[in-house]
Design a protein around this ligand. Structure first.
Ligand SMILES: Nc1ncnc2c1ncn2[C@@H]1O[C@H](COP(=O)(O)OP(=O)(O)OP(=O)(O)O)[C@@H](O)[C@H]1O
Length: 927
């Protein structure tokens, strides 16, 4: 290899024709001028192949001059082609001057040279391209491979968010509805699509391990966990940025805020996607912001996509909530006062949106229509027609949908915020509260151990509930520790503890000990922040040992049990001491907010307005009667207002049941499709992998003794147990859940698309419609388009662009013949017969190849046109949205609009150069 030579990438054909810039014994550096990308390769295993054009090949120089190669000269390992153009002009063309968009048809060469693959590989190659095309067009790509039940609101959010160009959203479903799963699904789709590569996930330290495990177990996604030790070790050994040594990093936000050098390193590394869990902790107020906020703001400003997660977006007030929205879309959320004023006007928007969604067939009243026009502003001019007789029902539904989307986008928190509530989602258990009024100790008993009457009450309660497991949450770690000691020493009850003072490993161990149904602890004592985000839905008894002042904290506590997977009624046990602050709090939640039996949407606002009076009542418990009455009135009014206004808008925006039903059906249809099992079985058989049924719906897959290559990608040396069935996979988390999206399956498909295995085959067959000696040539063309990766041009292209079955007259016979049914005797092993046949029929084969090429050149223009049209529709709508938003919101940056417009123009240009590359050929000879 030497500078000036031209090479192709084996694995990334879309990069076009590369130019060697530098090469020493170990490393080669190539520029791919078609995409502008530069790559360095280790020489020994560079997935590259030398571009050598042969006499007869069509080439093009950098000025776009087309010609045919008539001779090749080599000097100092560099090639010069002698070429002849259409005007009959001969010219010498140095390889360095070849157009970087050129392609070389290798299957054609392979076939004519008799380097044949077994026919089965050609068939698998065809299936692979077909699958990749279906996958790219599927609405549920990236959502099928996760080990999860297909839950509608999660699928809706994942498809909606991941479908956006650069998603930046706040996932704020109520506690335990699956925000982690939603974020995982979005991440999974974007990774599989190649739209993001570098991902940073920031979570509170206690949740690091749970995230690591969920990502791996549910999504097959490995992340590098950065903690203090790892960071220190990396900083010592490498002079490079430790955050650049990994593509996917999971780390705690505290780690970054505690160590300025770590924060600087994280900021210096570029991230495509930033995910932040428990985002309510960020500190922001109009007049000041916390270090944590500033850091996330800086990271979010540079990342293309951002997902913030919180179940309690208003835990620290409306301003904090606004601050988080501002991280996502600083233009839309520029002014806090305006944001508050705008909220007051949500009710009419919600009313119209609901009217359009709930009953699209009904027409709007004249007043509603006038209001709609006013709400949409300039954008109303080109709004889809909603007039009753103008369109058929379906078109009107779509028009209604479109208008609702525009309304939600421009008014309310629109596209940025998703919040589903339990009440709107079926299948959640009830919550029962059991309050115990205890008596304050009298002087005689104070000296005894039972100074706190909750302690004996707890012992009694635990005995009563035996053998059920019980989770206890108290505000502070020292309460938890003292209680454990007391339970052990005085009542002989062993308890596990879980609090922020423990190491992560210890906490995970405690959680696992508690989760163990057989030999585990019966009671787990948790402190408040120690248990945030944790999954304890296998328990249904929760002791609220004390009550928090913040209503969102109460919701977070109950959410440990009240989450997806909870199968029983949740029993809440609340002890309080009569006549004390604990009774005040109990009555505040029970009577004032009614927050035990269900979550109360108005709670944060009631709290904000009455918190001073509540504090006073904690000092003077006698004041509570009047306060709870007032709180209850306020709660009713606010809940009704929210249900009609802001919350209704949120609900409409957060889940469209008709769309999620279609997504769920699509997931289920894929689950039921036997195509994958059939594909893999053939693949394994052809490769030499052993597989056999195991118990239930499982199978065992092992490397065979004589395999095509030393290793089957993704298969561990000692094999694995796997299943194709979702329900089985959910019940057996140790087994691999095989879908088209599983890493082992994707590696198998990449084994074909990244090599030329199966790209040339020859079969001998009989058919009544063909005479002995006749030939057919089956040709697979793949659509490609050299463009920089960030443009994602592949999203708009089919994979298998053209599939031909040509006869010797150049006619396509695939219409009349069932193309998949042409089976025959594979001649790969019979090299003499194959060589003789190829030699005798070279001219006919070349003519068919030429006819295929001519057809491909015609088709690629149509494919390019269709791809451009698709792209224009998608990006055009996005551009229109931004322009419309800019009209109602002057803060929308001009450069954002320009950026999108420029991207559209570059894509349009790139898609104008779509190329159909011959990927595989199969000669069918009739005997
Ligand atoms: N689709 C699903 N299939 C199977 N399990 C699920 C699904 N969705 C959620 N779960 C389980 O339900 C629990 C709650 O989900 P998750 O942790 O994503 O909720 P969350 O909204 O992030 O909770 P929190 O508000 O407490 O952070 C977890 O144990 C999760 O694994």
């Amino acid at each position: 290899m030497r500078p000036g030579q031209r090479w192709f990438s084996e694995t990334e054909a879309e990069l076009g024709l590369g130019l060697v810039l530098e090469a020493d014994v170990r490393v080669a550096r190539l520029l791919f001028p078609a995409t502008g990308e530069e790559r360095a390769y280790a020489r020994r295993e560079a997935p590259l192949w030398r571009a050598v054009f042969a006499v007869g090949d069509q080439v093009r120089d950098l000025d776009g001059r087309e010609s045919t190669v008539i001779g090749v000269d080599e000097q100092d390992a560099l090639l010069t082609y002698l070429t002849l153009d259409a005007a009959g002009c001969e010219q010498a063309l140095m390889e360095s001057r070849l157009d970087p968009h050129l392609h070389l048809n290798r299957p054609q060469r392979k076939l004519l040279a008799g380097r044949l693959d077994a026919d089965i590989w050609f068939g698998l190659r065809l299936r692979t391209w077909r699958h990749l095309g279906n996958w790219a067009a599927s609405d549920v790509r990236g959502l099928v491979g996760a080990r999860i039940s297909p839950i509608p609101h999660q699928l809706y959010i994942a498809a909606e968010v991941a479908g956006r160009d650069a998603p930046r959203v706040l996932l704020a479903d109520e506690v335990g509805l699956g925000k982690t799963i939603e974020a995982g699904l979005i991440l999974h789709r974007m990774l599989l699509e190649g739209r993001v590569r570098r991902v940073l996930i920031l979570v509170p330290e206690p949740l690091l391990h749970q995230w690591l495990v969920e990502l791996l177990r549910r999504f097959n996604l490995g992340f590098a966990l950065f903690d203090r030790e790892r960071l220190a070790a990396l900083a010592d050994t490498a002079d490079s940025n430790p955050f650049e040594t990994e593509q996917r990093v999971l780390c705690s936000l505290d780690l970054l805020t505690d160590a300025p050098s770590a924060a600087a390193a994280a900021l210096a590394a570029d991230w495509d996607l930033l995910i932040l869990d428990e985002a309510h902790h960020l500190h922001w107020a109009p007049e000041e912001s916390g270090l944590d906020y500033d850091l996330v703001q800086a990271l979010a400003a540079r990342a293309v996509a951002v997902l913030l997660l919180t179940a309690t977006p208003e835990q620290f007030g409306r301003a904090g909530h606004f601050g988080r929205l501002r991280l996502l879309d600083p233009q839309r959320f520029g002014d806090y006062a305006a944001f508050l004023a705008e909220e007051a006007d949500y009710a009419p928007v919600a009313e119209i949106a609901a009217a359009l969604l709930d009953d699209p067939a009904a027409s709007l009243t004249a007043a509603q229509r006038a209001r709609l026009d006013a709400l949409l502003g300039d954008d109303g001019v080109d709004q889809p027609d909603l007039m009753p007789d103008a369109q058929p029902d379906q078109a009107r539904d779509q028009a209604g949908d479109e208008i609702v989307s525009r309304l939600l986008d421009r008014h309310g928190t629109g596209r940025v915020l998703f919040r589903n509530i339990r009440a709107a989602i079926a299948g959640f258990p009830e919550r029962h509260v059991h309050a115990s009024a205890l008596t304050a100790p009298t002087d005689e008993t104070t000296a005894a151990d039972a100074a706190d009457p909750r302690r004996p009450w707890l012992v009694e309660t635990l005995r009563r509930l035996h053998p059920a497991r019980v989770l206890l949450i108290a505000a502070r770690a020292d309460t938890v520790l003292a209680l454990r000691r007391w339970l052990q020493e005085r009542a002989g009850i062993p308890a596990a503890v879980f609090h922020e003072g423990m190491e992560i490993v210890e906490r995970d161990r405690a959680a696992a000990y508690f989760a163990d149904a057989e030999d585990g602890a019966r009671i787990l004592l948790c402190s408040e922040i120690g248990s945030e985000g944790r999954n304890f839905q296998f328990v249904h008894h929760l002791v609220l040992y004390d009550l928090p002042l913040e209503p969102d904290l109460l919701e977070q506590r109950i959410g440990r049990l009240d989450r997806i997977g909870q199968t029983q009624t949740i029993e809440l046990h609340v002890p309080y001491v009569q006549g004390t602050a604990s009774e005040v709090l109990y009555r505040w939640y029970a009577e004032g907010l009614d927050a035990f039996a269900a979550s109360c949407p108005a709670a944060p606002v009631v709290h904000e307005r009455l918190v001073d009076r509540l504090r006073a009542a904690l000092e003077r418990p006698a004041d509570i009667d009047a306060l709870v009455l007032e709180a209850a009135d306020l709660r009713r009014v606010l809940n009704a207002e929210l249900a009609a206004g802001r919350d209704r808008l949120l609900e409409l925006n957060s889940h469209r049941p008709d769309r999620s039903a279609a997504l769920k059906a699509a997931v289920q249809a894929q689950d039921a499709d036997p195509a994958l099992a059939d594909y893999l079985t053939r693949f394994w058989d052809a490769f030499g992998v052993e597989h056999e049924p195991a118990s239930g719906a499982a199978l065992v897959v092992r490397p065979g003794r004589h395999m095509l290559q030393e290793r089957f990608p993704g298969l561990p040396p000692d094999g694995l147990t796997a299943t194709f069935e979702r329900a089985h996979a959910l019940a057996h988390e140790d087994q691999a859940f095989l879908t088209w999206e599983h890493p082992m399956v994707r590696s198998a498909t990449e084994l074909l698309t990244g090599s030329d295995l199966g790209s040339a085959a020859l079969v001998l067959t009989r058919h009544p419609a063909f005479k002995a000696g006749e030939l057919l040539l089956q040709m697979l063309y793949v659509a490609e388009c050299p463009a920089p990766a960030e443009l994602q041009a592949g999203r708009f292209l089919p994979r298998l662009g053209l599939h031909l079955l040509l006869d010797e007259h150049g006619r396509d016979r695939s219409d009349g013949l069932a193309i998949d049914d042409i089976a025959g005797r594979c001649l790969t092993g019979n090299t003499r017969l194959a060589a003789a046949l190829l030699q005798a029929r070279t001219a006919a084969i070349e003519a068919m190849l030429a006819a295929g090429e001519a057809r491909a050149r015609r088709e690629e223009q149509a494919i390019g046109r269709a791809a451009r049209a698709r792209m224009q529709t998608l990006l055009g709508a996005e551009l229109q949205r931004l322009q419309a938003l800019a009209r109602v919101n002057p803060a929308v940056r001009e450069d954002e609009i320009h950026h999108l417009a420029a991207r559209r123009a570059r894509l349009d240009d790139a898609l104008g150069r779509v190329h159909l590359r011959l990927d595989a050929v199969r000669l069918v000879a009739f005997g």
